[in-house]
Write a protein that binds this ligand. Structure first.
Ligand SMILES: Nc1ncnc2c1ncn2[C@@H]1O[C@H](COP(=O)(O)OP(=O)(O)O)[C@@H](O)[C@H]1O
Ligand SMILES: [Mg+2]
Length: 450
């Protein structure tokens, strides 16, 4: 038995691949993307494997009909349609037909779409026999057989088909206001490697290019070397922090609107870039163009870094699932080997994500991943109280290693700004309240003489 690629972007990382031979059921109700899934799976491997697609359908279909709907469909895929009514009433002839098609095509990978009509006009016991026969035939051929099934989640447990298959993947979707959130569940794995995925639900999306599943972010124990410090870009702040932020640490800047949180983030990103550490800026409210323009006013040429590939932005232009967003960050981070990440606006992220989002869980897995990659990160978060040092709610503040809090104070001279380091793990940080100002060159920290 060998492991072959699943042909679905992201899925190999979860399952390790599909065993060959094996039979895999892709189940779900109408419209979840089952046909898309199997066609993408066989198309992606069609350069290396001989592939066969068997649609079971009441319509007269030709190859071109599929190629129109699924532009990624590989031209080498053989298509052998089977009439649905005959498959229901005369499953044995359909099985012989399938067997002949597989034999004559010499296929390594076969997709039968959908399998559920096979013998559906017969009592369940009989259906057992047909599906059982198909399963043994598929193993005899030595191929990877993907079959789709029109089943609901509860039907999976009782269905004749899932009983025989080596792997069962279930596709579904939830509707949010404007988008559908697509989910993949692994009910049964086609190989041991996928066992750890059994209780998980993965987000996936469908685009013109096919299916992409979003694996969870890796994370692991990072052994922080507290002597390696990453400068923040604000000299006085570095002085307050024994030289900067410990390399694998994440820091949060908390403050009310207008206190300069975004500028803190831009200044940190610019400092990182000037020190040859590639950076990723994640934002929700402000577009990359807007951030680039603001940074330019402060003398930081982010455009230049973006053009030479040192800087990447992650800015969802439409609603995404939180899992897809994490994947976008990971993609950006790994494509440039980022050493720093600025995440501007924990508070704003909910507006961009479709479906329900657990902000704490999201931040937790992101921070675990950043530590694992030895990345220094700066998160900004909005607090409501303008005139006191505060930390954000939602339980994110204990996930970060350090918190700098920003506030306003009223003086006869006008509104002034104060800053305080509330915590920084592993650091004997300055505990005094400082004043700061936003200047044409960024943040400037001064002694606070009250
Ligand atoms: N060149 C500048 N000189 C002085 N103040 C500035 C300058 N540029 C921006 N600001 C101040 O910074 C504020 C915006 O900072 P920003 O980082 O966007 O705040 P936040 O992200 O906390 O909402 C503006 O409201 C303005 O008061
Ligand atoms: Mg801001």
């Amino acid at each position: 038995m060998t492991l072959r690629p699943t042909g679905i972007a992201g899925l190999d990382e979860i399952l390790g691949g599909f065993s060959k031979p094996s039979t895999i059921l892709i189940a779900g109700t109408a419209g979840v993307g089952k046909t898309m899934f199997v066609l993408d799976s066989i198309s992606s491997v069609a350069e290396d494997e001989s592939t066969l697609y068997i649609p079971i359908t009441t319509r007269q279909v030709r190859r071109a009909d599929f190629a129109d709907t699924f532009p990624f469909m590989h031209e080498s895929i053989a298509v052998h349609p089977i009439d649905r009514i005959s498959a229901e009433r005369d499953p044995l002839s359909a099985l012989i037909d399938i067997g002949n098609a597989v034999a004559s095509s010499g296929a390594d990978r076969v997709a039968i779409d959908p399998i559920t009509p096979l013998g559906s006009a017969f009592p369940e016991q009989e259906q057992h026999r047909f599906i059982g026969t198909l399963d043994s035939m598929a193993h005899e051929w030595g191929v990877i057989t993907l079959v789709t099934g029109e089943l609901t989640a509860s039907e999976i447990h009782t269905s004749v088909v899932s009983h025989f298959m080596d792997g069962v993947l279930y596709l579904s979707y939830e509707e949010s206001e404007k988008h559908v959130l697509r989910n993949l569940r692994i009910f049964k794995t086609p190989n041991i490697a996928g066992n750890q995925a059994l209780s998980n639900i993965y987000a996936f999306n469908i685009s013109a290019g096919g299916v992409r599943v979003f694996p969870y972010l890796k994370g692991g124990a990072a052994h922080p070397d507290l002597s390696v410090r990453v400068p923040t870009g604000i000299r006085e702040l570095d002085g307050m922090l024994e030289g900067g932020i410990p390399e694998t640490y994440s820091m949060m800047i908390a403050g009310s609107p207008g206190t300069g949180k975004t500028i803190f983030g831009l200044q940190f990103a610019n400092e990182s870039l000037e020190n040859d550490r590639p950076a990723v800026i994640v934002s929700f409210n402000e577009s990359p163009d807007q951030l680039i323009a603001e940074a330019m006013r402060l003398g930081w040429d982010l455009q230049g870094y973006a053009e030479n590939g040192m800087l990447r932005f992650v800015y969802p232009s439409e609603q995404v699932s939180s899992d897809e967003h994490l994947w976008q960050i990971r993609d950006a981070v790994e494509s440039i080997g980022a050493g720093s990440v600025v995440f501007d606006g924990i508070t704003d992220m909910k507006t961009v994500f479709c479906g329900s989002v657990n902000v704490r869980e999201y931040i937790y897995s992101l921070i675990r991943y950043l530590k694992y990659r030895k990345i220094t990160s700066l998160f900004t978060s909005e607090i409501e109280n303008v005139f006191s040092f505060g930390i954000p709610d939602a339980g994110t503040s204990f996930l970060v290693d350090g918190i700098v809090s920003l506030r306003y104070i009223k003086k006869e001279s006008g509104l002034r700004k104060l800053l305080m380091i509330l915590k920084m793990r592993g650091t004997d940080h300055d505990r005094r309240i400082k004043e700061y100002a936003i200047t044409n060159h960024g943040i400037n920290i001064m002694e606070w003489a009250d």
